[in-house]
Write a protein that binds this ligand. Sequence first.
Ligand code: ADP
Ligand code: AMP
Length: 216
Amino acid sequence: MTNIILLGPPGAGKGTQAKRLEEARGMVQLSTGDMLKEAIAKGTDLGKRVEGIMARGELVTDEIVIGLIEAKMNDGAQGGFIFDGFPRTLKQADALGDLLSRTGQTLDSVIEMQVDDAALVARVTGRFTCGNCGAVYHDVTYPTKVQGVCDVCGSTNMKRRADDNEETLKTRLMEYYKKTSPLIGYYYAKGRLSAVDGLAEVDAVAEAIAKVLDKP
Ligand code: ADP
Ligand code: AMP
């Protein structure tokens, strides 16, 4: 069982690679962003609390996301967990360490997906996903084979995120640099960090990640 973190700014390709790893290795993606978006879509109390914060591109509180992750980790995962978009603060990173050790698990790799900031605007403004299975696409770099139809499940329910605009991306990037990027040093010091070139093509990024995971 392998537990990994995909670390990188919004648009780095974390979700895209997490889906690949689920398919290829039977791992389980834990995306706090997806969990929060689901709460908003369902109109739960949690969803109502976080909606405005997420629309502005700010981070929700540590307590909320730690609680979400804890609940999912209780379910276990045969192939291991892919933490996507979590942790995003040092407090979350410490909490994840505690959760893993409490459940007798280890953190095997933290993969930093390196991308130029200049590429991120195009990445997020062109992003759309399948509302049925969550597959991630891009208008230019990763379109569906048949326009408007999901390659994976055939659904025509394609969605765009309300926060995927240039203005909100500025806040999301600022949050990343102020609160999340210190995790790069944190995990380097713990001897867990590897970096991959997130600007390469999707298949090449997947190969680079596989190399890290298969390293003896
Ligand atoms: P994140 O989860 O890190 O926010 P996504 O996986 O959702 O990022 O990717 C953001 C956008 O960039 C999506 O539209 C996706 O299709 C596209 N994308 C992801 N990886 C690549 C890549 N290696 N090359 C080109 N486009 C990519
Ligand atoms: P994402 O789908 O990862 O881009 O996340 C979308 C939004 O959800 C972020 O802009 C934050 O508002 C919120 N969010 C997701 N994960 C976290 C987290 N670990 N900590 C705080 N806020 C989060």
